[in-house]
Design a protein around this ligand. Sequence first.
Ligand code: ATP
Length: 683
Amino acid sequence: MQLTLRKVVGAGGKTTLVLLCFLNFIDDLPRAVRVLAPDIGNSLNVSDAVLAGVLGVGGVALAVGALPLAALADRYSRRKIIALASSFWAAAMVVAAFVVNIFQLFWTSTVIGFGQAYRIPLAGSLISDTYPVEGRARVFAVEALGRPLGLLCGPVIVGLIAAIAGGDEGWRWAILFLACPPLLAAVVAFSSTHVEEPARGQFEQAAGVEVTELEVSMRIAFARLRQIPTFRFLAAGLSVLGFALLSVPLQFNLLLEDKYALGALARGVVESLIWLPSLLAIPIAGRKIEKAVEASPHLLGRFMGVLLAAAGCLYLLAFPIKTIGLLVLLTGFAQALISAAFVAAPVIIALVAPYRIRAQAFAVIPVSVFLFGGFAGGVIAGQLSEVYNNRTALILLAPGLALLGGWLLWRGASHIGDDASAAIAELREEQTEVHKALSGEDVPLLQLRNLDVCYGSVQVLFDVELELAKGEVVALLGANGAGKTTLLRTISGLGVPHGGSIKLNGRTITYTEAETRFRLGIVQVRGGEGIFPGLSVKDNLRAAVLKSNMETEEYELKTAELIETFPVLGKRFNDLADDLSGGQQQMLALAMALIHDPEILLIDELSLGLAPAVVAELLAVIAELKAGGQTMLIVEQSLNVALEFADRAVFLEKGLIRYSGSAKNLAEHTDLARTVFFGGSNS
Ligand code: ATP
């Protein structure tokens, strides 16, 4: 049975939703001061056009700031971010009330934009984590209602205060007053005990299970998001729509002024009227979307696609109409369809984005709509209206782009089901591991689950599952091009997997940077390239610790230990690394990795191209490390060599694990072993 909205909201608490809805309501207020444009223009001695441009800068700052603030929202308390950013926004409004020239207004407008930039990504992520999945669409709809309400009331509020204050400088009082709502939001977020910071992904995970959070890198988060097909279509569709959506209000306003001779007040009233039908459409959309998710998630994309295409058709009908009443009515209906379609966007994002990077996923909305679409769309619409006129610019841009955006979202819909399942599978698997850890079961040191890795559109690793227990030594075998190096690079953080997860000691490190993994103890020796040939042995060891804050004393102690393990390096301490033999160079590369006391040592190509006597020497070192409990994953092309050191062998063929088990058994497995031999060059 479907939960009632009251129960859904009750489960997460009313205050959070009221606060988010209020933030949406006040979001456009800083730009609503455009109704006071003539007064501000007179005071600051600038034209309407310059003023519109300066106020528009806030929209760009809002989109640019969304990415870094979303990254913060994925890491830190969202409640505190609301409190801090809203205070910032309020403070900038106060300053804006006292500006004396257009440059000061430009800067304050930019700062206000940054102060607001957190809202869309943070609201999406907070709603997803605060309210149960069953009612999410309806909660998103309630939050979305804040916008048309704000657009409806904003210009009136601003105009009213300026009128009450009166005089040429009345606009300053209006701006000063507009500092109050964000300040109120900041106070509520900061002090209310009812605005809670929910655990990230709590509804996707088993209730009450805490997963240790690790730093999520912004670069990796976006690399990961780009790999999700639904997300790519959504970003493309929203960018195209941004072209249409953001140029419509401005051109429409100009049309009302030029062709219908409406003054500022009348235009404000028309603008508000256009948002009226949205107030009806948004709640209906919330209910419909929820039913669509239950039936099949791909219907969400279809829903968005159809509504946007229908809005495009309405625009096509509306803009050539000369009768103002009908023109406003049809434009209002088109806006209602777009508002309804937009309720589905956060629901889709919440479904397909991994919860750890959800706020960053939500940042796609402002970035696509405002930055790519809005900015570029505004320029093109301006050009078209110069060459032709406002009406032609609207007819040429809006219907076609709304149709194209709708088509892109319709196309992307077919991926939503798979992408949502993949996100859920990733979480389920994580849950199982967390439960294992909680119940005291041994967690392997390294775990790879369902790892898929692609270079562009070519997949090279498929569903790789691999575990390494502490102290275990595993040989990774396979022919050239099987994907061994790719696997090591992905574990080290040098590549972002397309799907699946990587864990170290039970903590997910799939979205962490290579530097973080290195600090956690994953150290890789690159095959044949692990040293600086132009430096001496001593300087190579120094270079290895250059960026690691290692104290001199510790460095000297470790170097002494390493020279004990590799006496030959001691003998040739001041010689150029280039003058060392192949085996000695490999030892130097190992020493440069071991100086960091790795938790796991990854070695790419241990014995490639080395003489048997040198290989024997290296094997003795590996045996010594193994006896000391060092965990190692070693890429090796020779089965014979692997048999010497490995507890276990994993055989990779064309990106698939074909064998995982004792190395001896693989030797007996003649068909596989033969492939290994054929692939190997020095067996
Ligand atoms: P080798 O022993 O030859 O290094 P390998 O088992 O380590 O082989 P990988 O180097 O991981 O295999 O390569 C796996 C596949 O990915 C190969 O088909 C290779 O051509 C391809 N590949 C590797 N690196 C890239 C890259 N940067 N861009 C595109 N394709 C790549």
